[in-house]
Each structure stands twice: as structure tokens, then as C-alpha cells.
Design a protein around this ligand. Structure first.
Ligand SMILES: [Zn+2]
Length: 370
């Protein structure tokens, strides 16, 4: 990993690199912006560069310090994130992490090391509690053991509860020497203004589709068609894009198109039976299903207009066939109905109601106008 492996974020990168070349490192930084755009990745690269033995604005990636950061095993870089409540040790009375949580943390840290865009999600972990911040304070005062800069990355800092935020504020008010706090958040408004004011704020931008598409092809070896489709669905969020790779979007898209075809011939019920996500009331998959349907219809309209900048690049032939069956007015009316269904889905309307009403409305469009 190096600065070059950070997707987009040129402004934030330059800001952090300049801080290093000008040797003006603040005690605390707040990297804020939308979810999944690489705030942790930026923070980790900043830490690697600060701890790298070369002391340059680019980390070498090979020295022992860099290598420890690559594995996220550097004693001077601690990542703080939400954990489930700890349990009291029955003999000593000390707070202790449960063993299943320990192994989960180890596993997810390895995943984060492999992919800095990985998003920590320890089961039942909703807050960063004061214990984590106190530990940071204790470690930052142990100068004798590990010399050099100590860096604490507080990932999703908004998850700190009030006590944790108060404890952090106390540290930031009298920052220990050679200690740097890197806070990342997509919900800055949940942090105390007094914490924000003590940090150098760096805004991170949403990623553009082309950046996500290129990153998927280079890093995950995704083929062009899928990369473009996933980039479009990810909505500027690279973590989400990587998650989407694990899902069978091609199959889901096929089901969405079959749904349209079945409605057009007045037989939507058959397709309902194939829609497991809908039968299981899976809202996330239902949303993807509707988005895929929407992208398909938009492409169909583009094909009808003779344009070739479609998202479903691997389906050009199938789209051309699809378009022959529908009039332009039908397609645009269909698009509006699907958009409306997506809105209802996001408003938490009952899934069955959304899909049945979608089928009825589509059928009305297709059967009346032909
Ligand atoms: Zn190095």
C-alpha cells in the first residue's frame, strides 16, 4: 500500500502529505465524509508514512515499520473501533474481552490489513466505550517502552458514547507529546463540537463511479461489465462496492428482467416464486433488485435512442431484443413506477405491498398501451 493505492481523495492526500513534508503534524485530525470513501485507508497511509523509516512523504512499504503497518500489527498504531460490552473476570474482577470477540477482532483486523477499505463490524458492537479511550491514554503515557510517534486511529469516531467523548476531549486538551489521534467519521454531527474544534478537519469526497470502476478492475480483477454495474450500484461507496461483489448480481438482474417480461405477458405470479429475497422480506436485496431493474430500463431507453453509454455493457444484445417489445412511452412510464417503488422501499413500506402494487401498475402500463 502507498498513497497511490488510495482511490481518489486527491485533496485530502495532498493535505496530509504537505503536513509531512512541512513537518507540521497536528495532534489530532478528523477525516470526515460519506461512508466507504476511504477515510480509514487515508488514515492508515498517513500513519504508515509517519512511522516509515525513510521519513519521506511517501512510505517505502518495505522497511520493518511499514511491514508491521501492512499487517496492522505495529505497536505504535492502535485502531480503536466499536466493541461489544466486555465481561468481568470472575477471579480478578478485571474487564475482559470474551474469547469469541477476541477471535472476531483478530479476523477482522486481518481483513482490514488486506483491504484498508474493509469496514469493521464486530457482532453486537454498537459503541466505542470509555475503556478504549482510557487505554489509549495509558498507552500514550508509556513513552519508555516504544519510542517514536504513537498513533491512535478512532474508526467511526461518532460511535464513542458521551463518556468516551469526554475522556477523549480531556486528552486533546492536553495532548501528550508524540501522540497523534486520527478520527474518521461519516456522521460528524454526532461528535462534540469541542472535539471537532481541536482537530484539523479534512473533508473526504464521495468517490465518482469511474474511480470505483477502475479500482474494482485493478484490485479485485473484476471484468468490465460487472465493474461498471457494481460501481453504479455502490453509489460512491467503495466498501459497498466490494460487498456487492459477493452477491449474485447477475442472477438478481436476470430475475428483475424476467419480472418485467412476465408482467408484460400478464404472468407476474410465476416470477414472484423465484424472488427469494422478496419472500424472505430482505429489504437490502429488494432494493438492489429494484435498482437493477431501474438501470436496465434506463439502458433500454438509451438503446432505443441509439446511444451506447449503457451500464449493462455485457447485455447489449439482450437489451436490443428487450427494446423491440416496448414502446418508448411504456418504458418511461415503467421507469417512473420503479422509481416510486424504490422510494416506498426506503420509507419502510411493507415489502409485499410494494411488489404487488409494482406488478399491478406495470401490468396496467403494458396491457393498456399495446
Ligand atoms: Zn517504510
Amino acid at each position: 500500500m502507498s498513497w497511490n493505492d488510495i482511490i481518489g481523495q486527491n485533496r485530502a492526500k495532498k493535505y496530509l502529505q504537505r503536513a509531512i513534508t512541512e513537518k507540521r503534524i497536528a495532534h489530532a485530525y478528523l477525516l470526515w465524509g460519506p461512508h466507504g470513501v476511504g477515510k480509514d485507508a487515508l488514515a492508515i497511509e498517513f500513519a504508515r508514512t509517519l512511522l516509515c523509516q525513510t521519513g519521506k512523504a511517501e512510505s517505502c512499504g518495505k522497511c520493518p515499520e511499514c511491514r508491521k503497518i501492512n499487517a496492522l500489527q505495529h505497536p505504535n498504531l492502535k485502531i480503536i473501533f466499536a466493541l461489544p460490552a466486555s465481561e468481568k473476570d470472575s477471579s480478578s474482577g478485571e474487564e475482559k474481552m470474551k474469547t469469541d470477540v477476541q477471535s472476531e477482532v483478530r479476523e477482522q483486523t486481518e481483513m482490514k490489513a488486506r483491504n484498508n477499505y474493509f469496514h469493521f463490524a464486530i457482532p453486537h458492537a454498537t459503541i466505542i466505550n470509555i475503556g478504549s479511550v482510557r487505554e489509549a491514554r495509558r498507552e500514550s503515557s508509556m513513552t519508555a517502552f516504544n519510542a517514536g510517534k504513537k498513533i491512535f486511529l478512532i474508526s467511526e469516531a461518532e460511535l464513542m458514547n458521551e463518556a468516551a467523548q469526554n475522556a477523549l476531549l480531556k486528552i486533546l486538551e492536553e495532548p501528550p507529546a508524540d501522540t497523534i489521534f486520527l478520527l474518521t467519521t461519516s456522521r460528524k454531527e454526532l461528535l462534540r463540537p469541542t472535539i471537532i474544534s481541536r482537530c484539523q478537519s479534512i473533508r473526504c469526497d464521495v468517490l465518482v463511479e469511474e474511480e470505483i470502476e477502475a479500482a474494482l478492475r485493478e484490485r479485485e480483477q473484476v471484468e468490465a461489465g460487472q465493474a461498471r454495474l457494481v460501481a453504479r450500484l455502490a453509489n460512491g461507496d467503495y466498501s459497498r462496492a466490494v460487498d456487492l461483489l459477493g452477491e449474485n448480481l447477475v442472477h438478481l438482474r436476470e430475475t428483475a428482467v424476467n419480472f418485467l417480461r412476465a408482467v408484460a405477458v400478464g404472468k407476474p405470479v410465476q416470477v414472484f416464486e423465484e424472488m427469494d429475497f422478496f419472500l424472505d422480506s430482505d429489504r437490502k436485496l429488494s432494493e438492489q433488485f429494484l435498482l437493477l431493474m431501474l438501470l436496465w430500463l434506463r439502458d433500454a431507453m438509451l438503446v432505443q435512442e441509439g446511444k451506447d453509454n449503457i451500464v449493462n455493457v455485457d447485455q447489449a444484445e439482450s437489451l436490443a431484443k428487450f427494446v423491440q417489445r416496448f414502446k418508448k412511452a411504456e418504458l418511461s412510464a415503467t421507469l417512473a413506477v420503479v422509481e416510486r417503488s424504490l422510494e416506498l422501499l426506503r420509507k419502510n413500506v411493507y415489502l409485499q405491498l410494494i411488489f404487488v402494487s409494482l406488478a399491478i401498475q406495470l401490468q396496467r402500463i403494458f396491457l393498456h398501451e399495446r
